[in-house]
Ligand binder design. Structure first.
Ligand code: KIV
Ligand code: ZN
Length: 537
């Protein structure tokens, strides 16, 4: 392994050569794979959760790709203080300039520029020669260095790049001024020993390799993203690019929570560590799954619902005798609390406050009086209130606090076997109130028809899903859907004791997202119509 400690010192204020830098790309590689894109507010919520998790670098987006992406990268760069915010750019000046413009509001930022280096990409996708690509990469890195010292260069499809070309490109990019070199396995093709071997060869053959941090970015097409990333770390790489819950293009990216817990649990063998605050893992995973409308499979390592549950009698017997018989890490270590809580209408405010604290919320994250009033109403309806219920109540309060255009004031539905369902809705639309009713082939369809009449917009609901959150029969109904409007997808989410109410909330939340998008578009149009400053003078 080379001597890259100076760069680690500069980046992290530490000269710890055993520290692995965690680069999170949930908001870029992860977001680009979602059916409905996230709003700026949702991206900010995720960025702040990722910052709290202790991530070193947050790749916030691809600023040149759309005005919306530019805006969200800029907002994140303004807000996040404890992680370095980064933007992605192709190896062309326009992209790099867009990154610099979006990020320059931050004290410290990174520009990440990339170009393909494999034969198949260079010849088939870019229709160029390797030497053209090399020249573009050198120019891009030098150009990016005009805006910041922190430039990362990626050789897209490095996993399938002939090793001589890869060594040549890495050497040139470092010479041009890149302080991080990223080696992506873009199509998730390599095997762990093969990928580790690529990193080892770079350390052996690239003369200036000690001037940069070697990073890896592995996709999960063969289910090997985490294994490949760990093999690279064992070969000397010191940055892992990953996403929460492993979301990302196709089968996804390397999962952040898995690499963080591997480094913690097998420190004995690996001898490396990260700055991740492991106890924040569970709640960050939940937030990302929820806002991205991407459920986590129950048997997913670390954050799946079954990751810490034991079914077989033999296992349960072992667990009762000593938990380390079947658990190599505790659920508490990733922020999952095992404590069973009996929260009822007799529970006081301090009990709720204490429970929220143990779920990881600070008192300034919520208003205790409002939460407590809502808790009492729910406890009257349900008897017992669970942790998931409390988090759902908090989510609903946060939604109500937002300036929304549409709000359901009341609804009623009648349905039964063999009959048409009928629904009525009282919908607040800005300052107006609209009351409508409709029939449908089921209660949700009837409600959606009534809402459609009230809002008078042409939209189509797709991907409607309902699920249960919380404890069995006492759980809350959750509705998730995607609304197609003007060729774009908008995600809607609703949660309530009643599944019909949750479905109504989900549609209305998507309609509010459409309304926000319309407002942004009309503001942009107005700005474009304003005469340029010079002609006013
Ligand atoms: O998978 C990939 O190669 C990428 C690059 C842009 C880093 O996402
Ligand atoms: Zn990728």
């Amino acid at each position: 392994m080379g001597n890259n400690t100076d760069i680690i010192t500069n980046l992290n204020g530490t000269s710890d050569k055993d520290r692995v830098i965690i680069f999170d790309t949930t908001l870029r590689d992860g977001e680009q794979a979602l059916t409905a894109s996230l709003s700026v507010t949702e991206k900010l919520q995720i960025a702040q959760a990722i910052e709290r998790l202790g991530v070193d670098i947050i790749e916030a987006g691809f600023p040149v790709s759309s005005p919306g992406d530019f805006n969200s990268v800029q907002q994140i760069a303004k807000t996040v203080k404890n992680s370095i915010v980064c933007g992605l750019s192709r190896a062309v000046e326009g992209d790099i300039k867009a990154c610099a413009d979006a990020l320059s509001v931050a004290d410290q930022f990174r520009i990440h520029t990339f170009i393909s280096t494999s034969d198949v990409h260079v010849q088939q996708k870019l229709k160029k020669d390797f030497s053209d690509v090399e020249a573009m990469a050198i120019h891009a890195v030098k150009y990016a260095r005009r805006f910041t010292d922190d430039v990362e260069f990626s050789c897209e499809d490095a996993g399938r790049t002939p090793i001589d070309n890869l060594c040549r490109m890495v050497e040139q990019a470092i010479k041009a001024g890149a302080s991080t070199i990223n080696i992506p396995d873009t199509v998730g093709y390599t095997l762990p020993n093969e990928f580790g071997g690529i990193i080892e060869t770079l350390y052996n053959r690239v003369p200036n390799i000690d001037k940069a941090i070697i990073s890896v970015h592995c996709h999960n097409d063969l289910g090997l993203a985490v294994a490949n990333s760990m093999a690279a770390i064992q070969a000397g790489a010191r940055q892992i690019e990953c996403t929460i819950n492993g979301i990302g293009e196709r089968a996804g990216n390397c999962s952040l929570e898995e690499v963080a817990m591997i480094m913690k649990t097998r420190q004995d063998l690996l001898g490396v560590h990260s700055n991740i605050k492991h106890q924040e893992i569970a709640r960050t995973s939940k937030l990302v799954s929820h806002l991205c409308n991407m459920p986590v499979q129950p048997n997913k390592a670390i954050v799946g619902a079954n990751a810490f549950s034991h079914s077989s009698g033999i296992h349960q017997d072992g667990m009762l005798k000593a938990s380390n018989t079947y658990e190599i890490m505790t659920p508490e270590s990733v922020g999952i609390s095992k404590t069973k809580l009996n929260l009822t209408s007799r529970s006081g405010r301090h009990v709720i406050k204490h429970r929220m604290e143990s779920l990881g919320y600070q008192t300034d994250d919520y208003d205790l009086d409002t939460l407590y009033q809502d808790f009492l109403k729910l406890a009257d309806k349900k008897g017992q209130v669970f942790d998931d219920d409390l988090e759902a109540l908090l989510y609903n309060i946060q939604q109500q606090e937002k300036q929304v255009h549409y709000r359901i004031e009341d609804l009623s539905v009648q349905s039964g076997a063999g009959h048409f369902a009928t629904a009525g809705v009282k919908l607040a639309i800005g300052e107006q109130v609209e009351i409508q009713s409709a029939t449908g082939n089921g209660p949700v369809d009837a409600l959606y028809q009534a809402i459609k009449k009230a809002v008078d917009e042409e939209f189509e609901v797709s991907d409607y899903k309902i699920s249960n959150k919380g404890a069995g029969e006492d759980g809350l109904g959750v509705a998730d859907l995607v609304v197609k409007f003007n060729g774009r997808n908008f995600h809607g989410y609703g949660i309530a004791t009643d599944i019909i109410e949750a479905s109504g909330q989900a549609l209305v939340s998507a309609l509010n997202a459409i309304q926000r998008a319309k407002q942004i578009a009309s503001l942009r149009e107005q700005r474009q119509q304003q005469p340029p400053k010079s002609s006013v003078i």
